[in-house]
Design a protein around this ligand. Structure first.
Ligand SMILES: C[S@@+](CC[C@H](N)C(=O)[O-])C[C@H]1O[C@@H](n2cnc3c(N)ncnc32)[C@H](O)[C@@H]1O
Length: 129
């Protein structure tokens, strides 16, 4: 939520359970549009309605490097859960899945860090005019 606010994302969409931990948002949720959808089908319907292109962000086998990928202007960036990442249904909903290069011993970075990197990639492509 805080990262979405920093990069002026149009909205934050929570897929699944309505509850989320507001502590890290540092009150930015007051200034962000927040939408809930119950499942991936709901997300697909919302994306179609609003003209969003769903791009998954996860370091899954077959993911393309974000570093060489131009995110579409209408990108809906889809991040996975901390433990399990993007579900199979979520992956299927994506036009592409992009990975962020990393080189240390940890298998992944946390979703908030990944969100900052991915949103800044969008800014580099579309936000600096
Ligand atoms: C802690 S990761 C869990 C899943 C991850 N695939 C793993 O194997 O650990 C939580 C979320 O952060 C994002 N993420 C973490 N590391 C990433 C990376 N190197 N590239 C792209 N996304 C990443 C993804 O959205 C992922 O679903």
């Amino acid at each position: 939520m805080r990262t979405a606010n920093a990069f002026l994302a149009r909205e934050v969409i929570v897929v699944g359970r309505r509850r989320w931990n507001r502590r890290g948002a540092m009150v930015t949720d007051r200034y962000q549009h927040l939408t809930h959808v119950p499942d991936v089908d709901g997300l697909l319907a919302l994306a179609a309605q609003r003209g969003y292109v769903i791009v998954g962000i996860d370091n899954l086998p077959g993911a393309v490097p974000l570093e060489g990928y131009r995110l579409p202007r209408a990108a809906l960036l889809l991040f996975g859960q901390e433990s399990v990442g993007l579900s199979p249904a979520a992956r299927q909903a994506c036009t592409a899945v992009c990975s962020i290069a990393q080189f240390g011993s940890t298998r992944s970075i946390n979703a908030g860090v990944a969100a900052g990197i991915a949103m800044h990639s969008w800014i580099r492509a579309h936000g600096l005019r």
